[in-house]
Design a protein around this ligand. Structure first.
Ligand SMILES: NC(=O)c1ccc[n+]([C@@H]2O[C@H](COP(=O)([O-])OP(=O)(O)OC[C@H]3O[C@@H](n4cnc5c(N)ncnc54)[C@H](OP(=O)(O)O)[C@@H]3O)[C@@H](O)[C@H]2O)c1
Length: 258
């Protein structure tokens, strides 16, 4: 079957901007892309962590900012264009997560999580898209989650933010692919990072950030729209999602025991 995006088989000289690159999956993608010959701009709030991931490599460039600060998006984009001449692929990977039952959610906490995980993308896209649209080339990758497919326990705000990202990625594909841009939707299962370290339940099919990054880069290289993994978990969740709610609720409880 022909790929939905243009495959990126050779990373040499490709200019990536990874937002959420200071730890976990984003940091692993940055390291692997740098090793494969890409030029990488790394963003997140923790400058020292970004520098550590960059590891002094000449093709790595750290630019720290908070995704909730709207102005910082265009400032960062300007600096990256000056430094790298443009961006070929932006990976939106920043997120925050608190495991909480619905009665533990506060309005201010939910506003913040929705702002970081979802709202900030609109500021990012407003800064990034005009240049890509003018050039008629470039790629946008959104890291959502399996938690956006079905309502998982304790993902009271995180889950809805990821469901919205999946929807947004589909809209972006319809809008941007005819204009020459590529759009990737990345739906990881459980990955062992600081984000999931707070989970007090068993996480099935847990992967390492390095494994996750390899699958993501392979998926982009193959030109996939949706990159989900690990299949032994994600295919099961996709199946559960198709069932009537009575069965679905019962199986979710079996799949994830909180
Ligand atoms: N781990 C999993 O099981 C899993 C599963 C599905 C999807 N995901 C998704 O994968 C992505 C990466 O998560 P991860 O598991 O690798 O966790 P992580 O290590 O906590 O990474 C989250 C990244 O987001 C950045 N970030 C958070 N708030 C930010 C803000 N306000 N401004 C700028 N950057 C901010 C963090 O950096 P700073 O703190 O330095 O700002 C960090 O680099 C997220 O989108 C997450 O939802 C993870």
């Amino acid at each position: 079957m022909f790929p939905l995006n243009r495959p990126i088989e050779d990373w040499h000289g490709k200019r990536l901007w990874i937002i959420g690159a200071s730890s976990g999956i984003g940091a692993s993608i940055a390291s692997q892309a740098l090793n494969a010959g890409a030029k990488v701009a790394l963003s997140a709030r923790r400058e020292e962590q970004l520098q550590a991931v960059a590891g002094g490599r000449p093709d790595a460039f750290a630019i720290a900012f908070d995704v909730l600060d709207e102005q910082s998006w265009s400032d960062a984009h300007c600096q990256i264009r000056q430094r790298m001449g443009g961006v070929d692929l932006v990976i939106f990977c920043a997120a925050e997560y608190r495991p909480e039952r619905i009665w533990e959610v506060t309005p201010s906490g939910s506003r913040r999580t929705l702002g970081v995980n979802l709202g900030s993308l609109y500021a990012g896209l407003a800064a990034i898209l005009p240049d890509m649209l003018e050039r008629g080339t470039g790629g946008i990758a959104i890291v959502a989650s399996v938690a956006g497919w079905i309502g998982l326990p304790k993902a009271s705000v995180y889950g809805p933010s990821k469901a919205a990202l999946i929807n947004l990625a589909e809209i972006l594909y319809s809008d941007l692919r005819p204009r020459g841009l590529d759009v990737y939707l990345i739906n990881p299962g459980f990955v062992s990072t600081q984000l999931t370290a707070r989970n007090d339940f068993h996480m099935p099919a847990l992967q390492t950030p390095d494994d996750a990054a390899s699958v993501i880069l392979r998926g982009i290289a193959a030109g996939r729209f949706e990159i989900h993994f690990p299949w032994r978990f994600t295919l099961l969740v996709k199946l559960v999602r198709m069932l009537p709610y009575r069965l679905r609720f019962a199986l979710i409880g079996q799949l994830i025991k909180t």
